[in-house]
Write a protein that binds this ligand. Sequence first.
Ligand code: ADP
Ligand code: MG
Length: 505
Amino acid sequence: MEYEAVIGLETHVQLKTNSKMFTSVAYKFAEAPNTLTDPVVWALPGVLPVLNYSAIRKTIELGLMLGCEIPEITKWDRKNYFYPDSPKNYQLSQYDQPLCLGGGVEIEMEGANGSEMGAHRIVKLTRIHLEEDVGKLTHCAHDSLVDYNRAGTPLMEIVSEPDMHSADEVFAYLTSLKNTISFAGLSDCDMEKGQMRCDVNVSLRPKGSDKLGVKVEMKNINSTSNVRNCINYEIKRQKECLETGTPIVQETRRWDAVLGITQSMRNKEDAHDYRYFPEPDLMPVKISKELLDSIKANLIEMPFDRQRRYMSDYSLPYSVTSVMCHDRQLCEYFEKSLKAYDKNPKATANMLVNDLLRELSASSDEETQDDLVSSFDADAEKPVENKRRLDDSCLLTPENLAGLVKIIDDGAISKQIAKEVFVEMFNTGKTAEAIVEEKGLKQNSDSNELEAFCQAAIDANPKAVGEYKAGNEKAINALIGPVMKASKGKANPGMLLGILKKLIK
Ligand code: ADP
Ligand code: MG
């Protein structure tokens, strides 16, 4: 029998807001334990929650980007349970009237190559609701430690329909969600910092059947590669159960990243076990048409739409746009560069994804060592890397980068020299013209001098010249390297071939 996997995700994303969901204290990653708390977070008797308007606005923003319906009334409910990660013994969440309903996430499937996009489809969403995060427990040999810093942080829960069928689709879903949310500036979605976490629900059914099988929920997965491993493990495990007639029970299983297996945690509780009831200290919220209109008016372009636009308007290949369109800073940088000089978008984009990213990464390798010490996440159990991203600390401005593209196009410097100029611009923030002037790098278009270099190359390479004369057109390329070397990279490559051919003739 052939089986089909059915997968649905519950993805939690911490919102980037100045304060927590129901109180004014701030949340930050990797602060000393229990320092970002206040009486509301401790749930001292008599405290009252106050809604974070910005968190509501941001959740609606995501909902509108993903095509969700935003009902007119939304409300908060208590999800009751007893566990030390919440001193209240309930979590403030949303039950039957969430902020967003329906909608979907566009994902890219296989088939992409260097120049074209792969196949796309929409993964359906059930809902997005807003709730508060809970504290973090660290289990030691004899004790457990609790840190309430994270408790009360605004958390969106994005619930998908059981609409995915492989680990690859789930990976594409998480990537797309992360790109959309981080592009909009709603969260950085860094899984290793716990900003994005997901519970993965997997079931199997006979291929061709449209009935859902018994699902198993998996928790404790804190990286995208673990999501992949966990799903593949669970599909295999369930298939073995079905083949040997072992019943699959509805349960929650814990992913053990070290052993690479899932283990039973508890039988899955149903919604009624939580005794959800409306939060008596918060009024339901009416979402006005004015609020929706003002959010709609400022929605960002979706990353895939932007990618399609870059590919069609600027003829950029997939390989370049797929790097650029994951990063809002890069896209904004690109567009600013084009404002300064728009004659060669391809060269501008290439310089961004090749040269700029290379230099940023090289400079981050030098800087991160000190930063690493302070950011240790007990959940992730490994240091969090601080890769340098494009930001205001970058000395090379978009306008200066445009200036470099322009002087290459004008033939003032060769592409080879441009590499050197680029690094200098990145390190000093100077303009391309200033560096070319200072270092005397202007391209050599003096034909007398170039002829001398070419003649020398011809004399030194009789074999290549002979092959060229015998009809092998490409053999002449062997002469370009020596000329470039002799001219210290300054020979104008556009003129070289002509001179070489003329001299050989
Ligand atoms: P629960 O009440 O147990 O949280 P829900 O119905 O709310 O269950 O679904 C939670 C998640 O599980 C959703 O993302 C949903 O798509 C997914 N899911 C539900 N049924 C199945 C199934 N049979 N197989 C795989 N995923 C499922
Ligand atoms: Mg659930």
